[in-house]
Design a protein around this ligand. Sequence first.
Ligand code: ZN
Length: 329
Amino acid sequence: MNVRRRLAASRINTAGTAALAATALAIGTLSACSSDSNAAEGESGGGKLDVVASFYPLQFLAEEIGGDHVSVTSLTEPGQEPHDLEISAQQTAQLQEADTVLYLKGLQPSVDEAVGQSEVKTKVDAATLTKLEDLGTEEGHEHGEGEEEPAGEEEHALDPHVWLDPVKYAEIAEGVGKALEKEDPDNAADYKKNTADLVKKLDDLNTAYEDGLKNTKTKVFFTNHAAFGYLAERYGLTMEAIAGLEPDSEPSAARVKELQQEAKADGVTTVFYETLVSDKTAKTLAADAGLKTDVLDPLEGITDKSKGDDYFQVMQANLTALEKALGTK
Ligand code: ZN
């Protein structure tokens, strides 16, 4: 950073000379690149664990648990919708150099493939650290309860949005902590402590959700894409997703009609949309059915538009939005 600024200044000083300016620019670019790639080893005196996370929730876990001992990068840029991420050649190379990769199999096919082909020492699949379920959210109904059979692991995809349930997210945190301890035993005590602190905060968040959503006028909420199935299941709510598990699918006219009727029957007040994908469908449905709209953030990335700077702040904002929409008594 400093290097870059200094060069920029010298470029201004020599502004009259095009050749010099061009040289300074070239050096600036070079330094920026090399200082980036040196950051992991350089600053830490050669010690930092190089962790690549596939998207924000796993990046957050790595940062919280790894603290100063890790250098974390995310394959999904802030503001990029993670489901249909396409891995670049540069990222594939970056993956090869990592000590540890954290990903969630089933969420990002392109990441799954790149990780599968890479020779990273430690590959941590978050899907193996908790239990993924088929919440049947694609069809709309069939929520939890009796859990009719898996009649042979059909085509039906398991819902990958586990991080939105603080309990499952805590299970993943424990697993990530253990993986870091194993990979970097010298700092195991720190990873252990950081994991315990994080799990405690997630317990508190879980309690806040339990208390906040215990007594509400309605238990039903509408969302744009079906990201909140685990959260709904955890707190006894029913999520009706306008679209499916993929955020950009469009609902059929029949589905829209069904949702309108259900809104009436169940006292639904609000259609939730999110920051990373178009809110057009949500807004149209809300207008047609006379409902309000609000943001419920699936935390697939943090941007300036997010209602908070990290997982906990956004989850707290989500709780407030849910309480309002469901009518907390
Ligand atoms: Zn999603």
